[in-house]
Design a protein around this ligand. Structure first.
Ligand code: NAD
Ligand code: G6P
Ligand code: MN
Length: 433
């Protein structure tokens, strides 16, 4: 049987993950699941762990859910390691969001100043996990969900020297779920090609005859139809001229870049009234854990759909099943480029369509991007590389370079002040600096 170790097991997403494994049991015979957390998450992992066990007990399958604060015990001989931890929990995210906003800049989980600090906190931990894996489960695959997912995956490959890794996001899953509906088609009647970086990708779609239907989907988006946008992103129409020109569909996070003025104004207004996204989801999380405490609840409650990461298990469990059973399913993953996106170096991590099988990801070549998108992409990858390097070395000047090149940070002395304040606010979680 298959042994799964899940780091950050106390996440409220754990029932989503269980549901995904239960659905796929026939092709992925899971035997044991180890939910790993830390002292700060003890109560959470105990509550959601008991809930996870009830889900299995209500299924026809005999699977044991172990709860532990001992990562080594969980990693020993694991077949798959999934990562869904949040260093500093939602309190740290509130700081990422509020401190830049105080100075009129974007604070967001994976973008701008906040996203870079989430990387600073997360990269050292993922590299510790990789070192443990080298000793305890050298044949295992690492399936990363911890944000910023693309940067965390890049750190695993570049600094951890570990290639058996797949980085995931639910954004492409949601797009591929909703768009066929817009065209009145089934999912298997469309062919998708994604390319870019995590939370910074574009995609194109053709039908089975090879006819490009990307702009037909775009038309539906402007007709006001549901676009498959995650709950945490403010959904406004993209500037139409830009989409007409590039003939690709951007991801929701592109709103921050193509419409910085509008999205930033909206975010800052929300911070003043209903609070930042982290403050909002704290409430959702509290409600979810109240539900999870109910000894009669043995299925994923629908309230989990309020979180931005809905459908995460469709990516995570399908990747694992595809590797395990060599299914060669096409998914969108963060993985080593290897030429799929020729506008970026071959050895860096990109988010692309790929066939996932026993050997990992075989990327679908996307080809060169239009001039504007190439420019964005190269700047964003440079920002990511600087951020990861700073996270590993603890070098202040490199961190400042990352801040300065990030399009969501207005460069200058205010940017440096934001960075300095974030260093102080997060000092307990930044051992390298
Ligand atoms: P959360 O705040 O519930 O944290 C999950 C758990 O991680 C907590 O129980 C916490 O105690 C634990 N943790 C913290 N540090 C740890 C460590 N060193 N080792 C083990 N466990 C540790 O987080 P959440 O809101 O459920 O989100 C979990 C993660 O998934 C975050 O990093 C979030 O950004 C990410 N996420 C990714 C996507 C995606 O598309 N890739 C979508 C949603 C969420
Ligand atoms: C999105 C993304 C995640 C993101 C999350 C936020 O869909 O894919 O990477 O960080 O959802 O969700 P939340 O509910 O925590 O704001
Ligand atoms: Mn994501």
């Amino acid at each position: 049987g298959v042994k799964i170790a899940t780091i950050g097991g106390g996440s409220s997403y754990t029932p989503e993950l269980m549901e995904g494994f239960i659905k796929r049991y026939d092709e992925l015979p899971v035997r044991e699941i180890w939910l790993v957390d830390i002292e700060a998450g003890r109560e959470k992992v105990e509550i959601v762990g008991a809930m996870a066990q009830r889900m299995w007990d209500a299924s026809p399958y005999d699977v044991k859910v172990h709860i532990t604060l001992d990562r080594e015990e969980a990693l020993k001989d694991a077949d798959f390691v999934t990562t869904q931890f949040r260093v500093g929990l939602l309190e740290a995210r509130i700081k990422d969001e509020r401190i830049p906003a105080y100075y009129g800049m974007l604070g967001q989980e994976t973008n701008g100043a906040g996203g870079m600090f989430k990387a600073f906190r997360t990269v050292p931990i993922i590299l510790e996990i990789v070192e443990d894996m080298k000793r305890l489960c050298p044949d295992a695959w690492l399936i990363n969900f911890a944000n910023p997912s693309g940067m965390v995956t890049e750190a695993v490959v570049r600094y951890g020297k570990w290639d058996k890794v797949i980085g995931l996001c639910n954004v492409p899953v949601m797009a591929q779920m909703i768009e066929p509906e817009l065209l009145g088609k089934e999912a298997d009647e469309l062919i998708y090609k994604f390319a870019g970086l995590n939370h910074f990708h574009w995609h194109k779609v053709t039908d089975l005859k090879g006819k490009d239907v990307t702009m037909d989907i775009v038309e539906k988006m402007y007709a006001g139809d549901e676009t498959g946008m995650p709950k945490n992103i403010h959904d406004i129409p993209f500037p139409r001229e830009i989409l007409e020109q590039m003939k690709m569909i951007p991801c929701g996070y592109h709103h921050y870049y193509y419409q910085e003025e509008e999205t930033l104004a909206h975010a800052l207004e929300e911070y003043k009234t209903i609070g930042t996204r982290a403050q909002q989801v704290k409430q959702t999380e509290t409600e979810l854990f109240e539900l999870y405490k109910d000894p009669n609840l043995d299925y994923k409650p629908e309230q989990l759909g309020q979180r931005g990461g809905a459908y995460y298990s469709d990516a995570a469990c399908e990747s694992i099943a595809s590797i395990y059973a060599n299914k060669n399913t096409q998914l969108v993953v963060s993985t080593k480029n290897d030429g799929a996106v020729p506008d970026l170096p071959a050895d860096c991590v990109v988010e692309v369509s790929a066939y996932i099988g026993g050997q990992g990801a075989r990327n679908v070549a996307f080809g060169e991007l239009p001039v504007a998108e190439r420019g964005w992409l190269q700047v964003m990858k440079a920002m990511e590389l600087l951020t990861i390097e700073a996270a590993v070395t603890g070098d202040y000047d490199t961190a400042l370079q990352a801040f300065t090149i990030n399009p969501m940070v207005r460069s200058g002395k205010t940017a440096q002040r934001i960075m300095d304040e974030l260093f102080i606010a997060h000092k307990d979680h930044l051992p390298n600096f």
